[in-house]
Write a protein that binds this ligand. Structure first.
Ligand code: SF4
Length: 160
């Protein structure tokens, strides 16, 4: 898969101390995007599932945030990473330019599988007109911080 960067010990990409994986590739092209270099998947470096998991596991103190770019753009491989990280006991936040409803209804079964491994989803595109610097963990007020354990849809049934 293509990865822009992996950083450890972030306190701004979700609650607590987190290792953040910034995946390359994003189809949303939001005006005002914080990271337009991530749009082109070729700007990332190639990493295997094992390499990504090893890098995250090298820090036992952190939980994990999947960011980008768009983590659901490479859903098949990212779902494998997320499954391995859950097996390590990691709590997973994911940022997506897709809404929760779009991901639940996604034709790509791997996107639904990836969602089922996440604990919290920050959803929706960044909308410049709704930018709000006072918000925690999100850039615009349309984006929601969703505890996926509290939604009515049984995500497990969407997994493979
Ligand atoms: S979804 Fe995120 S990374 Fe993609 S264009 Fe929008 S703000 Fe940028």
């Amino acid at each position: 898969m293509r990865v822009m960067n992996i950083i450890h010990d972030s306190v701004v990409d979700g609650e607590g101390l987190r290792t953040v994986i910034f995946f390359a590739g994003c189809p949303h092209f939001c005006p005002g995007c914080h990271n337009p270099a991530s749009w082109n998947i070729r700007n990332g470096i190639e990493m295997s599932v094992e390499e990504v998991v090893q890098e995250v596991a090298s820090n036992p103190l952190t939980d994990v945030t999947l960011s980008g770019g768009e983590p659901f753009f490479q859903a098949k491989e990212v779902a494998e990473v997320a499954k391995r990280l859950k097996d390590l006991g990691k709590h997973i936040w994911a940022y997506s330019g897709y809404t929760l409803e779009q991901l639940i209804d996604a034709e790509d079964v791997h996107q639904r599988e990836l969602l089922s491994y996440c604990d919290v989803l920050v959803d929706g595109p960044f909308i410049l007109a709704k930018k709000d610097l006072t918000l925690s963990f999100r850039g615009s007020s349309n984006q929601r911080i969703i505890d996926l354990h509290k939604i009515d849809v049984p995500l497990e049934k969407a997994s493979l």
